[in-house]
Design a protein around this ligand. Structure first.
Ligand SMILES: *Cc1c(COP(=O)(O)O)cnc(C)c1O
Length: 382
């Protein structure tokens, strides 16, 4: 029996040599390699400024901080996302306001944002689910240009909206380099913005609120003097992580192509297949294929999503679920979220499974996943 993990990072000699080079240089925390990574990242995503941090969560937090989120403000987030999106709003004692998602694309619904918008709405945080960009044009039109849009682009490197790469337009776009993401540094994140003041402030805030090139104080180029202008955080990345990121970024396109080849295989096998519901990608979007969402037509099957996952596991295939809607968690239930307010998120959650998809997966492994999905579904049709 084959054993197929849910994810395996694509690490080659390029990454290893990059990290070794950083170790040999003797400067291993934030320094020149981080600056280089930021430059390359800005060039790749077409953003003006890129600010590296130790997680996407940190970058979402500082993004909300620099646009001025305060206690009592409201920020609209999708009901179906990772906890990080919403928790960063709660850091401010601001209120996350949840909007339901589209049953076909799993993306936040612009009409739901419109419904949830109040005079206290200070930001909208769309998530580019699985790598598919959210309906940015419609969301911008709901925001009327006066409510900043902070994009949770943790899945979207690289993704394209109407021909433009995610990062090249918008207020602040936050990427993740977590271990399972499309480009990884182990842990890490990046905030991209065209706004120089916001970028400069995020640079200070990520390192205790001290002047942005403070790391130079330990090199010949710097001085030991620095000022603290406000309360900051310990959110900086390290040159070890940046070295990994530089090597990964060089192959971001190749890795996307490798994932697309697997997605094409899955798509062909599952197209119009009785028992599987299609996941829709809109014509004007290109997904990064960070995730491959499979949707089980459980109304016409005798197997639940949970049982399907167990059955796949018994056949050596690891899968996952993105995401458990926030209202399923104790904290958010106590927060007053109710399942009946998010029928689409609930509907998706009953049906969705993320299949393994990563560059190092070979065709035989993809075919093994396909055979088993098809075998289970066929046996469990009503
Ligand atoms: C992974 C993820 C994050 C958090 O990224 P970190 O780098 O781990 O902080 C945020 N939002 C979404 C949608 C994610 O999938």
């Amino acid at each position: 029996m084959m054993q197929i993990p849910f994810h395996r990072a694509h690490i080659t000699d390029d990454e290893i040599n990059g990290v070794v080079d950083s170790l040999r240089k003797g400067w291993i925390t934030m320094g020149e390699k981080t600056v280089e990574f930021e430059k390359e990242f800005a060039a790749y995503t077409g953003g003006k400024h890129a600010v590296a941090m130790n997680s996407c969560t940190a970058s979402l937090h500082l993004a909300l901080k620099v646009i001025g989120i305060k206690e009592g403000d409201e920020v609209i987030v999708p009901a179906m996302t990772f906890a990080a999106t919403s928790e960063t709003v709660l850091y401010f004692n601001a209120k996350p306001v949840f909007a339901d998602v589209c049953p076909d694309t799993h993306l936040i619904l612009p009409e739901e944002i419109e419904k949830k918008k109040t005079s206290k709405t200070r930001a909208i945080m769309p998530v580019h689910y699985a790598g598919q960009p959210a309906d940015l044009e419609e969301i911008r039109s709901v925001s009327g240009g006066s409510i900043p849009i902070i994009e949770d682009a943790a899945h979207a490197l690289p993704s394209y909206y109407r021909g433009k790469i995610i990062g090249s337009e918008g207020d602040i776009i936050c990427f993740s380099f977590y271990a399972t993401k499309t480009v990884t540094t182990g842990e890490g994140g990046m905030a991209v913005t065209a706004n120089e003041d916001w970028a400069e402030r995020m640079r200070r805030l990520r390192l205790h609120g001290i002047s942005s090139d403070a790391w130079k104080r330990y090199t010949g180029a710097g001085t030991w003097k620095y000022d603290v202008t406000e309360v900051g955080y310990k959110y900086n990345t390290t040159d070890l992580n940046a070295a990994l990121g530089l090597a990964q970024l060089m192959k971001a396109d190749d890795m996307r192509w490798a994932r697309e080849r697997i997605a094409d295989r899955y798509n062909r096998a599952f197209k119009e297949f009785d028992g599987i519901l299609p996941y829709r990608i809109k014509d004007d979007r290109v997904t990064s294929w960070h995730l491959y969402p499979l949707r089980l037509d459980i109304d016409n099957l005798t197997i639940s999503r949970d049982e399907f996952i167990e059955e796949m596991k018994s056949r050596g295939i690891a899968t996952s679920v993105h995401f458990i809607p926030l209202h399923h968690f104790t904290y958010y239930r106590n927060f007053g979220m109710r399942a009946e307010d998010f029928p689409n998120a609930e509907w998706i959650f009953d049906r969705v499974v993320s299949l393994p998809i990563y560059p190092d997966m070979n065709e035989a492994e993809a075919d093994y996943v396909i055979e088993n999905v098809i075998d289970i579904v066929k046996k469990r049709r009503r």
